[in-house]
Ligand binder design. Sequence first.
Ligand code: GRF
Length: 192
Amino acid sequence: RPIVILISGSGSNMAALVEASVRDLWGERFGAGVVAVLSNRPDAAGLAWARERGLATAVVDHKRHADREAFDAALMAAIDAHAPALVLLAGFMRILTPGFVHHYDGRLLNIHPSLLPAFPGLKTHQRAIEMGCRVAGATVHRVTGELDHGEILAQAVVPVLPGDTAEALAARVLTQEHLIYPRAVERCLAGG
Ligand code: GRF
């Protein structure tokens, strides 16, 4: 049961997932394992991390495709080369076409750095601070055609502290992301 992870940047969530898959014996327990890390950015730091651990990597550079459909078709081909049971978006900063989402229906998860349905979209931490929120957090959810919606699989809450900058809050939330994403994937693999 191959798992493919899509990243656009540092890939800290990808790293947490890979480490959890080894530490928590996803192979022995579920016949599952991370087989590839793909990115839309050639310079995504997570690609080097994945390569060092022997994972397959590939770049599908959105700048080299005429439009969103062409990019998604190329990305799907790169993903389907691994015949994935699960496709995990982890800091993947592209909006995917309905055709892409439909193709992976039920096999596509994402992590979003807010307590959905609050703060879909970007700059979630800055917006939470500006609104005076007392709590913030992260959400793991199934990906549907509508951005940052879809069945919620896991959430974590952190306090927003007086004087918090967006960076400080992001770091506090990220720590929790690294815990809830692997747990949510494991529940999916266990048939949850
Ligand atoms: C994280 O806040 C994640 O929730 C968002 O992208 C940020 C960076 O993630 N989707 P990562 O370090 O690249 O995994």
